[in-house]
Design a binder for this molecule. Structure first.
Ligand SMILES: Nc1ncnc2c1ncn2[C@@H]1O[C@H](COP(=O)(O)OP(=O)(O)O)[C@@H](O)[C@H]1O
Ligand SMILES: [Mg+2]
Length: 237
């Protein structure tokens, strides 16, 4: 995997000239997730939202980058098979990925790196892996709700300490529901700029009605003043 350019874990200055430390914000998010449940070990976390373009993929990729400091091995899975972007963010090929792995699931050995792409830079010692979305398929919903997908997540738990899943939005398709059901917890992304409050409420209710363990929400695209964070996390508990 080549060095990433689009992901930003350094200090930056926004349009108004305020400095914010991206890495610190994502480290706080990681800590908040860790402490959001004392009962259950949170190893597999998925991220969804109401609509496209609310910042899900950006949050997941940045969180994955800072998580390597805490965990021995981290896996990011791109489950948005309709609009996959993680391979672009990490600048790697999407020739084989999740859909291809599921198709060959019988022969899949979790210890092999055939489907995983290792991301290495000066900060993470090669502990971050990406499972990109893979070949386009006509029926992602069926695949993500399948027993094979469920078994895959179980297998991955034996190899990776922390697994982050990038999901499609709730409004478009039902894909995020079965993914949330095989995860230990779900984070709901809300864009301060784009998300309609009532639509978000409807999407959240849909998750909760389906028994999803919603851990909390991340607010993105906040117009940051001098004393405010660029984006932040709050728990619903
Ligand atoms: N916190 C943020 N502030 C401003 N723009 C953002 C933020 N997060 C993401 N974006 C931008 O919004 C667009 C959609 O982001 P993305 O993470 O792909 O959303 P999603 O995965 O929800 O579709 C991208 O152009 C991205 O650069
Ligand atoms: Mg996305």
């Amino acid at each position: 995997m080549k060095k990433r350019e689009k992901i930003n874990t350094s200090k930056n200055t926004n349009k108004k000239g305020n400095q914010f430390d991206y890495a610190e914000i994502y480290r706080q998010l990681r800590t908040n997730i860790e402490y959001s449940s004392f009962e259950k070990n949170l190893q597999v976390i998925n991220f969804t939202s109401t609509n496209p373009s609310e910042g899900k993929s950006s949050v997941v990729s940045n969180l994955a980058m800072v998580s390597v400091a805490k965990y021995k091995s981290v896996l990011l899975i791109d489950c948005d098979l309709r609009k996959p972007v993680q391979h672009k963010l990490f600048q790697v090929s999407n020739k084989v990925g999740l859909s291809d792995l599921i198709r060959n699931f019988e022969n899949f050995d979790v210890r092999e790196d055939t489907y995983f792409q290792k991301f290495k830079d000066k900060d993470n010692e090669g502990k971050l892996y990406l499972l990109s979305a893979g070949t386009k398929i006509p029926n992602p919903q069926e695949m993500l709700a399948s027993e094979k997908f469920k078994s895959l997540i179980e297998k991955l738990r034996s190899r990776f300490d922390f697994i982050l899943i990038d999901c499609p939005p709730i409004s478009a398709v039902a894909d995020a529901i079965p993914i949330s059901n095989v995860s230990d917890g779900t984070i709901f992304i809300v864009s301060a700029k784009d998300t309609n409050k009532n639509d978000a409420r409807t999407a959240l209710t849909q998750l909760q009605r389906n028994g999803v363990n919603v851990l909390g929400a991340v607010l993105t695209k906040v117009d940051a003043g001098p004393d405010h964070y660029y984006s932040y996390y709050y728990s619903d508990k």
